[in-house]
Write a protein that binds this ligand. Structure first.
Ligand code: ARG
Length: 698
C-alpha cells in the first residue's frame, strides 16, 4: 500500500504525457499504442470521434486484451459522450465487477464519442491491447425520437443524416417544421342561424393554428351563441387558458377566453357582428368545440288578417325582417292608399314596428261600364250594383244596329274587378248597322212604266252628292256606318270630256262636295236629311275614264250618320245576280222629256244577260266588260238617266226580305232607248276591293 502511494506520486512524474486524437471520418480504426505488441505502461490516449449531425457512432472491438483490475482501476478503455460514461472495459473476459466489450457494440446517443485508453505504471504480464473500429450510423429520428417536443405532428420521413415532417391533406406545416396547422382565418357567416366547430371536430383540432370566424348580419339582429356537444380545449390547472383558447369579440364586449372541459354558458352577444377567435399552440390533443348560433331581431306586434282577407304566413310571433303578404278572398281587392291591388306586403322593421298598416279588403268593383257605340247597357240588378258578381247586359240600338257574332252581351263583374263576357272577355261587343231592311215597306208594287216617285223611307240607303251650292250631281248608297258607294266618273270631272288619261287634278277633292242622307225631295229640304262632309275619296284603281271600266268609287264620311227609318245602309251582295232578276234603280236624275223630278224616283227592271247586253252595244263600238252589269227592257223606256249616276241598283232576297246592292248607275246610250240597256258597275265583281278599303264584313 505504501509502495503504491509512492508510485502515485512517482508515476505522475514518469507518465508520458496524455495525448488526444481528433477523428472526423465516417469510419476508422483505433488501436492501443504499439498494437499488436504489448502496450506501454503509463500511457493515455483519447480519441474524440465526431460524426455529422444526425449520425451516431457505433464502436465495436475486434480484439481486446488488457490488464484486469478491480473495477478496471489500472488499465482500461473508457467510452464517453461529453457528459456521460457509456462503458468502461478492462481484462480479458467479463467478470462480476469488470467488463470486456466482447461482441457488444457501443452506440453513442449523439454524434460525438470519446474513447480513452489508459495503462498504469506496471504490467505483470504482457497485454496486447485492443483493436477497435468505429462507423457513423444514421439515426432514424422517426422511430427513435423520445422527445415529443421534437417529433413530427403528422408524418415523419427519415433520411440519412436527418428527418423532416409533413402534414395530412388540408394541413399546412407550421414554421416550426414539426406541427401541422390549418388555414382557418376567413370564415364568414351571413345566415341567420348556423353551426360553427373547431377544425376537424370532433377529432382533435390542429396545432399551431389561429382560426377566425366572423358572423355578420344586418344591423338590428342580435347574435346569441350556445356551445353544445363536447367542449375540450387544452387548459392549465392554475393559469387561465395559457395554451389554447376560444375568445369572442362582439363590438366592445369580449367573451372568454374559454378553455378546459366545461361547456361555457350560452352567450347573448347583443351584437349583429361578432368574431370568434380560436387559438391552439403546438402541442396537445384535444377535441375542440362546437357551437350553434342564431340571430334574432326585435319582435313586431301580432297581426290580425283583414276581414275578407288573409295573412301569409300567419304566425303568433314575428321579428325583424319577417315579411307577410296580405291578400283578399276571391272577389275582394286589397285597398291601400286608395289604390286597388292583388296583394300587399309588409315587413317587420328593426325597431319592432311594421313597415305599414294592414290594408283593408274591399269587394272588387268593376265601376261604371264603358259606353258602347250604337248600343246601351242595362243592369241586371235594381240598384246599378257594380261590385263582384254583379251583371250587366249590353245591347245594340234596335232595330238599326245588331251585335257582331250574335253574342248575349251579358258581362259579369269578375273577382279582378273587370266586366267580363264569356266569349269576348274584357273587350266590348261591336254594334254593326243593320243593312238592307227598310222599316217602311213600299205599297204593293204595281208594274210601272217609266218610273215613279219613291215612297219616303223605302230606299233609306240612297245618298245624294251635291255641290256646295246645293246642286245635286250624282247618287250613291250608304254601306257600313259611314261609307258611300258611288260611280268613279262622278268624282272624276276632266275639263276636256274626251280626256282619256286620269289626272289627279281632275278628281274632286273631299272639300269639293258633300253628301246628304235621308233625302226625299230633290231641291226642297227634308226634315230627315243629314248632311256630311267627306273625309276621303277612293277611286277604283282600275277605273278607266274612257271606257267606264270599274266605274266605282268609295267616299268616306267624316262622321257616321244617325241611323233611323230614313237613313240605313244597304247590304253588299253575297253572290252574282242572275239574268232576269228584278232590280230597283233609284235616283234624282232626268226623266223622259229631260225633266228633273221633284222627288226621288225609282224604277223596276230585269237584269239583262251579259252577252245580250254586249251585243246591243256592238253597233256603237262600246265594250261591256265583266265588271259591268246591265238592266233594262228590249223595248226601252225604262232606264236610269243623266244625274242618276252612282245611285243604287238593288234587289231583294225573297227569303230574308233583305236588300242587296247589285250595281251603281254607270252609263248607257242616251236614256231608255230601244235595244239598248242601262249599264251598271257590278258591285259583286269589285266586292273584295270595297271590303278591303272599308273593312265592312257584310
Ligand atoms: N252617266 C250618266 C250620269 O252621269 C248616267 C247614265 C246612265 N244612263 C243610262 N241610260 N242608263 O248620270
Amino acid at each position: 500500500m505504501r509502495w503504491l502511494l509512492l508510485c502515485h506520486a512517482l508515476c505522475f512524474w514518469m507518465k508520458t504525457l496524455a495525448h488526444t486524437v481528433e477523428l472526423n471520418n465516417m469510419f476508422g480504426q483505433i488501436q492501443s499504442p504499439g498494437y499488436p505488441d504489448s502496450y506501454p505502461s503509463d500511457s493515455e490516449v483519447t480519441w474524440n470521434i465526431t460524426a455529422p449531425e444526425g449520425f451516431r457512432i457505433k464502436l465495436y472491438f475486434m480484439h481486446f486484451n488488457l490488464e484486469s483490475s478491480y473495477l478496471c482501476e489500472y488499465d482500461y478503455v473508457k467510452v464517453e459522450t461529453e457528459d456521460q460514461v457509456l462503458a468502461t472495459f478492462c481484462g480479458r473476459e467479463t467478470t462480476d465487477t469488470e467488463q470486456t466489450p466482447g461482441q457488444e457494440v457501443v452506440l453513442s446517443p449523439g454524434s460525438f464519442m470519446s474513447v480513452t485508453f489508459r495503462s498504469d505504471f506496471s504490467n505483470e504480464e504482457r497485454f496486447t491491447g485492443f483493436d477497435a473500429h468505429y462507423v457513423a450510423v444514421d439515426v432514424d429520428e422517426c422511430t427513435e425520437q423520445e422527445d415529443e417536443e421534437l417529433s413530427c405532428d403528422h408524418y415523419c420521413h427519415n433520411y440519412i443524416g436527418g428527418y423532416y415532417c409533413s402534414c395530412r391533406f388540408g394541413y399546412i406545416l407550421h414554421t416550426d417544421n414539426r406541427t401541422c396547422r390549418v388555414e382557418c382565418s376567413d370564415n364568414l357567416f351571413t345566415q341567420r342561424t348556423g353551426v360553427i366547430t373547431s377544425p376537424d371536430f370532433p377529432n382533435p383540432y390542429p396545432k399551431s393554428s389561429e382560426c377566425l370566424y366572423t358572423i355578420e348580419l344586418e344591423e338590428g339582429f342580435m347574435i346569441s351563441l350556445q356551445f353544445e356537444d363536447i367542449f375540450d380545449v387544452e387548459d392549465h390547472p392554475e393559469v387561465p387558458c395559457p395554451y389554447d383558447y376560444i375568445k369572442i369579440n362582439a363590438g366592445s364586449n369580449v367573451f372568454g377566453p374559454f378553455c378546459g372541459e366545461k361547456i361555457p354558458e350560452p352567450i347573448n352577444t347583443q351584437s349583429h357582428r361578432i368574431q370568434i377567435l380560436f387559438r391552439s399552440d403546438n402541442s396537445g390533443e384535444n377535441r375542440g368545440w362546437r357551437l350553434s348560433y342564431k340571430a334574432e331581431g326585435n319582435e313586431c306586434p301580432e297581426l290580425r288578417p283583414p276581414t275578407h282577407g288573409k295573412i301569409e304566413p300567419l304566425q303568433t310571433k314575428y321579428s325583424f325582417k319577417d315579411q307577410v303578404l296580405i291578400s283578399c278572398d276571391t272577389g275582394y281587392k286589397v285597398l291601400k292608399d286608395d289604390v286597388e291591388m292583388d296583394t300587399f306586403q309588409i315587413e317587420c322593421l328593426k325597431d319592432g314596428t311594421w313597415s305599414n298598416k294592414i290594408p283593408i279588403c274591399k269587394m272588387a268593383d268593376c265601376g261604371i261600364p264603358a259606353k258602347l257605340e250604337h248600343g246601351l247597357v242595362i243592369f241586371s240588378s235594381r240598384n246599378n250594383i257594380t261590385t263582384y258578381k254583379s251583371e250587366i247586359r249590353y245591347s245594340c240600338q234596335q232595330p238599326y244596329y245588331k251585335m257582331l257574332h250574335n253574342i248575349t252581351g251579358i258581362y259579369t263583374c269578375s273577382a279582378q274587378g273587370a266586366w267580363v263576357n264569356e266569349v269576348l272577355g274584357r273587350s266590348l261587343p261591336t254594334c254593326l248597322p243593320v243593312c238592307g231592311i227598310p222599316k217602311i215597306y213600299r205599297k204593293m208594287m204595281a208594274r210601272i212604266f217609266g218610273g215613279r216617285s219613291v215612297q219616303k223611307g223605302t230606299i233609306p240607303w240612297i245618298a245624294m252628292l251635291t255641290q256646295h251650292n246645293g246642286q245635286p250631281f250624282c247618287g250613291g248608297s250608304l254601306i257600313g256606318s259611314n261609307w258611300i258607294v258611288t260611280a268613279a266618273h262622278c268624282l272624276h270631272q276632266p275639263l276636256d270630256p274626251e280626256e282619256v288619261i286620269l289626272h289627279d287634278s281632275d278628281l274632286l277633292e273631299p272639300s269639293d262636295f258633300k253628301v246628304i242622307l235621308g233625302k226625299h225631295w230633290r231641291l226642297r229640304s227634308d226634315e230627315n236629311e243629314q248632311h256630311f262632309r267627306v273625309k276621303h275619296v277612293f277611286l277604283h284603281p282600275l277605273y278607266v275614264p274612257s271606257t267606264f271600266e270599274n266605274d266605282v268609287a268609295l267616299v268616306e264620311l267624316l262622321e257616321s250618320p244617325k241611323l233611323n227609318n230614313f237613313v240605313m245602309p244597304i247590304c253588299l251582295p253575297e253572290g252574282p245576280t242572275e239574268e232576269g232578276t228584278m232590280v230597283i234603280v233609284s235616283g234624282w236624275g232626268k226623266q223622259f222629256l229631260q225633266r228633273l223630278p221633284e222627288t226621288l224616283m225609282e224604277i223596276e227592271l230585269p237584269i239583262i244577260g251579259h252577252h245580250t247586253c254586249q251585243e246591243s252595244y256592238v253597233p256603237l263600238k262600246k265594250k261591256v266588260t265583266s265588271d259591268m252589269i246591265c238592266a233594262g227592257e228590249k223595248e226601252g223606256g225604262k232606264d236610269a238617266c243623266a244625274g242618276d249616276s252612282g245611285g243604287p241598283m238593288v234587289t231583294m232576297d225573297k227569303e230574308s226580305g233583305q236588300w242587296y246592292l247589285v250595281g251603281t248607275v254607270s252609263w248607257g246610250d242616251n236614256c231608255g232607248k230601244k235595244d239598248r240597256y242601262g249599264v251598271y258597275s257590278n258591285i259583286y265583281h269589285n266586292k273584295d276591293w270595297i271590303q278591303t278599303v272599308t273593312k265592312i264584313s257584310n
